[in-house]
Design a protein around this ligand. Structure first.
Ligand code: NAD
Length: 461
């Protein structure tokens, strides 16, 4: 291993900067060993009766549910998530496993009419799947790839982010406790360019599910393509929140703060470009300001806290670099002292082409930009390389549909900011990603389609 990468990973509590755990960082050799175990386990797993695989995944879901509070507390400690969010996240893992388990016996091929025989398609597992997860939602995003991959008959090797390996490691223990076979779901904490890269370059790994930055996602795609590896990418976003003057402005203003502040803005779907029709701009800002100033930022373990710290010092510096002294707007409060704190920040009067208006900040920072009419709203919404999510606030149904069709993004919501459900598809347009996760087709994305023709011609007379 290169000297620039540590042999261990120190896991810090982002609210206190205390080391809460130290775990060994996996090497490329560890990845090789894991692939050997996974390959063997996958063959046995795929040979199980579908009902038995489903039962084991349901048992895994029940085991996660029984440890929900423990997992949530671990997420608070390693990621600084508010306890309310962390409970939701652990529950999301349970629900994903349950939903995927329901798909095992329903993963059917097709029968296609052909002359002279019978033609059927068979959906076969890919083999070993590598899931490379980020730190912003360590548990749910790990499970988005893992649950459907396992359900479709694959083995999974999960590489969590350097900063957040603890919940992933605990999930692997719970999988064994629930009765999943050894080697089927392995977790290898490690450095991205070492363990992550080894997974991407390993010929025994059939598919990589990557969530993280667009820059690394492009590298993963390029390296994976050398082996014709299947690759799914969930990358960044710079999502618009479009507020028309005819909207319920009170409701739109009440929802806008947490739409970019939830998880301290470290959310690829964060609505960080608030576009407001000029005729409603002043009124909207008046309604919005108290909602930002009063957000409760502090100890994430406190049930009343709405926003915790950023994940790391690196991320704090990154966020700070976007909020330069010449910019102004509405600021909330954040604790002083240890911890990676940054206050809720809404910037006004920003040039729509400025870095902070087009790049993903991944912190509690948004810009508010005025627009004149629907055409300008759509043009502004699309004036970014990203295309992950977006919201449209209007009382005009026709406009809601027109704008939904015109905005180039994978996940839109009307009069709401909700865009992620485990049973609906999720993924990005443009530089926000490749492929879709979740939803009714999630399992199919972890299969290869085989076509088999069976001749019905009898023996020659
Ligand atoms: P990153 O892309 O570096 O890390 C994401 C995952 O990829 C981690 O597990 C990491 O270890 C792994 N990784 C890193 N380099 C790798 C490589 N060469 N080969 C294989 N795997 C590799 O993201 P980051 O540095 O943690 O965050 C930087 C920025 O990325 C953030 O500020 C944010 O803008 C964006 N981001 C987006 C998401 C998202 O959900 N879309 C998540 C995390 C970060």
């Amino acid at each position: 291993m290169s000297a620039e990468y540590t042999l261990d990973l120190d896991v810090l509590n982002p609210a206190t900067e205390e080391v809460v755990a130290t775990v060994p960082a996996a090497t490329a050799a560890d990845v090789d060993t894991a692939v050997v175990h996974a390959t063997k386990a996958q063959v046995r797993w795929a040979a199980l009766a579908p009902g038995d695989r489903a039962r084991l995944l349901r048992r895994f879901a029940v085991t996660v549910d029984e440890h929900l509070e423990e997992l949530a507390r671990l997420e608070v400690r390693e990621a600084g998530h508010t306890i309310g969010n962390a409970r939701w996240e652990a529950g999301n893992v349970r629900d994903l496993l349950d939903y995927a388990a329901g798909g095992v016996e329903r993963l059917t091929g097709r029968q296609i009419p052909v002359p002279g025989g019978l033609d059927v398609t068979i959906l076969e597992p890919l083999g070993v799947v590598g899931v490379i997860a980020p730190w912003n939602f360590p548990m749910p995003i790990a499970a988005w790839g893992t649950a459907p991959a396992l359900a479709a008959g694959n083995a999974v090797i999960l590489k969590p982010a350097e900063t957040t390996p603890l919940t992933a490691l605990r999930l692997a223990e719970l999988a064994l406790e629930a009765g999943l076979p050894e080697g089927l779901f392995q977790v290898l904490p490690g450095h991205g360019p070492v363990a992550g890269n080894a997974l991407v370059e390993h010929p025994g790994v059939a598919k990589i599910v990557f969530t993280g930055s667009t820059a690394v996602g492009k590298q993963v795609l390029a390296k994976g393509s050398a082996l014709l590896k299947r690759v799914t990418l969930e990358l960044g976003g710079k999502s618009p929140n479009i507020v028309f003057a005819d909207a319920d402005l009170e409701a739109a203003a009440a929802a806008a703060p947490m739409a970019f502040l939830d998880n301290s803005g470290q959310d690829c779907c964060a609505r960080t470009r608030i576009l407001v029709q000029r005729s409603a701009y002043d009124r909207f800002l008046d309604l919005l300001a108290p909602g930002i100033e009063s957000v409760r930022v502090g100890d994430p373990a406190d049930e009343q806290t709405q926003m915790g710290p950023l994940i790391s010092k690196v991320q704090l510096e990154r966020v700070r670099s976007y909020v330069t002294d010449d910019l102004h707007g509405i600021r909330g409060k954040a604790p002083e002292g240890p911890g990676f704190w940054f206050p809720p920040t809404l910037l006004t009067g920003v040039d729509p082409h400025a870095r902070v208006a087009v790049e993903e900040v991944f912190g509690p920072v948004a810009v508010v930009l005025p627009f004149e009419d629907e055409a300008e709203a759509v043009a502004l919404a699309n004036a970014t390389d990203y295309g992950l999510a977006g919201s449209i606030w209007t009382r005009d149904v026709g406009r809601a549909l027109r704008v939904s069709q015109a905005v180039r993004a994978g996940n839109l919501s009307v009069n709401s900011h909700s865009s992620v459900r485990y049973w609906t598809p999720f993924g990005g347009f443009k530089q926000s990603g490749l492929g879709r996760e979740l939803g009714p087709d999630a399992l199919t994305a972890f299969t290869e389609t085989k076509n088999v023709f069976i001749s019905t011609e009898g023996p020659a007379q």
